[in-house]
Design a protein around this ligand. Structure first.
Ligand SMILES: C[S@@+](CC[C@H](N)C(=O)[O-])C[C@H]1O[C@@H](n2cnc3c(N)ncnc32)[C@H](O)[C@@H]1O
Length: 343
């Protein structure tokens, strides 16, 4: 059966990988042999280094670097085999002590990239105990995995969202209305000055995960932040009557959407943007170097996009006479952003 990311199904590594591969299936054994000859020496060296007590950060940095190179050099079928072999390898027992790798691979909420995982690399206080309870080796690995450029970019993304909300509130004057799609725990709200200054009237925060909706409800009482259970599929079906907004944004969502759904969703989201309003969406870029480690040991594959990919999604989605569009990168180019301003 061919799987499709339909905007509602829960996201797993296999689902993202299967959706990405357009290549016809080839003989399993040839891919497996080639993958094994490439990846097993890399994994064996890493395991030996852990056993001999070498510096954990250095081990994971080298391992991640080799996996990145291998991912770039491999056909999709060979890479799929690499992922399986890595996930079955005994070096995993060391890596799983890292709370970030462990959460990502074990998926406590049943899907990849949940807001709890982001809290770990956002270094949110709610995750301090989890990190503190990890083994010394796990914490040493975490010191590396939580500081890779992709995680730095994720933390910057949170600040960019808060800044964009503040700029919107400034532009609107009073009573700005905001719509966060796939909001997770809405951590940007905690560092957003305009929310504290009561310059926002309504901040609708949609997510498919009822746990995240519950956490937002507890953390942002007072009625301005309006958490709601909802899905991409519901948006595509126009199931929610929400009115229009000064800012609509989606962060940590497009990384899971194939172009077809990405375009349909953007077409739908711009309908929520009122004249003078803004739409912002973010995507991890194809310049990240932790992709190989993420796909193997974290079981967290993403659909990475370049600026050209972002333009392709934008140009297929909007009437350029109605919107000014720009595509830009965060500071370390690990995340690429699309901004649409409605005239
Ligand atoms: C990586 S987190 C991003 C959270 C937050 N936006 C941030 O940037 O910190 C991805 C979020 O997307 C939500 N999500 C994934 N697929 C979804 C779908 N089809 N409909 C609605 N939400 C979805 C998940 O529940 C999760 O909270």
């Amino acid at each position: 059966m061919a799987f499709e990311i339909d905007g509602q199904s829960l996201i797993t590594g296999n689902l993202v990988r299967s959706s990405r591969s357009d290549a016809p299936p080839i003989e399993k054994t040839s891919g497996r042999e080639s993958a094994a000859s490439e990846v097993l020496p890399i994994l064996t060296i890493a395991e030996g280094a852990f056993v001999s007590g070498a510096d954990p950060s250095g081990i994971v940095e080298r391992l991640a670097g080799r996996l990145h190179e291998l991912r770039r050099a491999s056909s999709q079928d060979v890479w799929d085999e690499v992922v399986e072999l890595a996930q079955q390898h005994s070096v995993r027992r060391f890596l799983m002590q890292d709370p970030l790798t462990n959460w990502s691979a074990t998926k406590p909420r049943g899907y990849s990239g949940d807001a709890g995982l982001l809290d770990i690399y956002y270094k949110h206080p709610s995750m301090e105990a989890l990190v503190a309870e990890s083994s010394p080796l796990g914490r040493a690995i975490y010191d590396y995995t939580s500081e890779v450029p992709a995680c730095e970019a994720g933390r910057e993304r949170c600040r960019i969202l808060a800044r964009t909300v503040d700029e919107t509130a400034q532009r609107v004057g009073t009573g700005a209305e905001i719509f966060a799609v796939a909001a997770g725990h809405l951590r940007e709200a905690a560092i957003c000055e305009s929310l504290a200054a009561q310059r926002i009237d309504r901040w609708v925060a949609l997510d498919q995960d009822p746990i995240s909706v519950g956490i937002m409800t507890t953390e942002y009482p007072g009625g301005v932040v309006q958490p709601m259970n909802g899905s991409v599929l519901g948006l595509l079906r126009r199931s929610y009557q929400l009115g229009s907004f000064d800012l609509v944004y989606a962060s940590g969502l497009y990384d899971y959407l194939q172009d077809k759904t990405a375009i349909k969703l953007l077409q739908r989201l711009v309908e929520f943007v009122r004249p003078g309003g803004t739409l912002l969406f973010a995507n991890f870029s194809d310049e990240i170097v932790s992709d190989g480690y993420m796909e193997t040991f974290m079981d967290w594959p993403l659909i990475l996009r370049s600026d050209a990919d972002m333009w392709r999604v934008i140009n297929a989605s909007i009437d350029r006479n109605m919107f000014d569009a720009s595509v830009w990168y965060g500071a370390n180019r690990n995340i690429v952003y699309g901004t649409l301003r409605r005239r």
